[in-house]
Write a protein that binds this ligand. Structure first.
Ligand code: NAD
Length: 277
């Protein structure tokens, strides 16, 4: 990626320019989460943003985490707060999301941002579905009347993905673990987004010829020779024979998630600075 001039990314903060600031909050020492957090902060720094990680131990209490979030909410130099998921089981993720200042909620998970998205208002939108939409629109700019099928209905990927596609005037079918006849529903999709976390779930014969296939799934599968492979939900070798366009795993949706996190951080910084002018 070309190096951008940091001056282009500065926001004018009560008269003195500064770089947009992002904090990623990591609770515990999950190996995969550590890698994701490092790549987010590294990319922020490459782009001339200020990036930092706030670490809490695995046994941190919910009260500890809420206190850290309150401190970040109060900091003028931090525009974006991302809570790396999953959180340990003893912490209520919804309560934690609700504690993040909606103006700094760069993962778009606060109920206010989710509500704005569903109303079609300007919102901070969850990064992964935003990145998926960008990928889809790079292939097909007008989604009016297209049939889009989303597999998965989580708050972080499936539901906002469906809302974004609906805003683009697609006809959206949302499916989940209890959906009956899922393969035949998928076969009708002009656009198929899978966000499940079950390696190889989507077979080649689930895909309509020339469909756009976006694979969000990221599952670590142990290799017989040791180590692990990161696999998507889609059986890539089968699907690539049928689809018009398809994302690989890894290096498909993942980099777009990070790009959209950077975009959301800059958007949040500009909006906060504008309110102070
Ligand atoms: P989740 O566990 O919260 O939700 C999974 C969804 O899949 C649920 O709605 C469930 O009903 C549905 N589901 C489960 N089994 C199913 C089946 N057999 N058939 C149809 N639907 C089924 O997961 P999530 O947080 O939405 O993440 C989904 C996947 O996307 C995971 O693999 C996650 O690691 C990955 N992910 C990747 C990125 C990225 O940037 N690449 C970002 C977020 C999530």
């Amino acid at each position: 990626m070309p190096k951008l001039s940091s001056t282009r990314l500065q926001v004018n903060w009560t008269g003195s320019p500064r770089a947009p600031g992002l904090t990623v909050v990591l609770v515990g020492d999950d190996q995969a989460s550590q890698i994701y957090v490092q790549s987010k902060v590294r990319m922020a720094e490459r782009l001339g943003l200020h990036g930092e990680v706030e670490r809490l131990p695995d046994d941190a209490s919910e009260a500890d985490l809420l206190a850290r979030i309150a401190a970040l909410n109060a900091r003028d130099d931090i525009d974006g707060i991302l809570i790396q998921l999953p959180l340990p089981a003893h912490i209520d993720a919804l309560r934690v999301m609700a504690a993040v200042d909606p103006a700094k909620d760069v993962d778009g998970l606060h109920a206010l941002n989710a509500g704005r998205l569903f109303h079609g208002d300007d919102a901070l939108v969850p990064c992964t579905p935003l990145g998926c939409l960008r990928l889809i629109k790079s292939i097909r700019s007008d989604l009016t009347g297209a049939h889009a099928v989303v597999i998965g209905s989580s708050n972080i990927v499936g539901k906002p993905m469906a809302a974004l596609l609906l805003q683009e005037q697609a006809t959206v079918t949302q499916t989940h673990i209890h959906t009956r006849g899922i393969s035949s529903i998928c076969r009708q999709a002009d656009i198929l987004v899978s966000a499940v976390g079950k390696a190889g779930l989507v077979r080649g014969d689930w895909i309509k010829p020339q469909a756009i296939v976006i694979d969000v799934g990221t599952t670590r599968v142990e290799k017989p020779e040791g180590g692990y492979a990161v696999c998507g939900d889609v059986s890539f070798d089968e699907a690539v024979q049928v689809a018009g366009a398809i994302t690989p795993v890894p290096r498909g949706v993942g980099p777009m998630t990070i790009a959209c996190l950077m975009e959301n951080t800059v958007k949040a910084a500009k909006a906060r600075a504008a309110r102070l002018q």
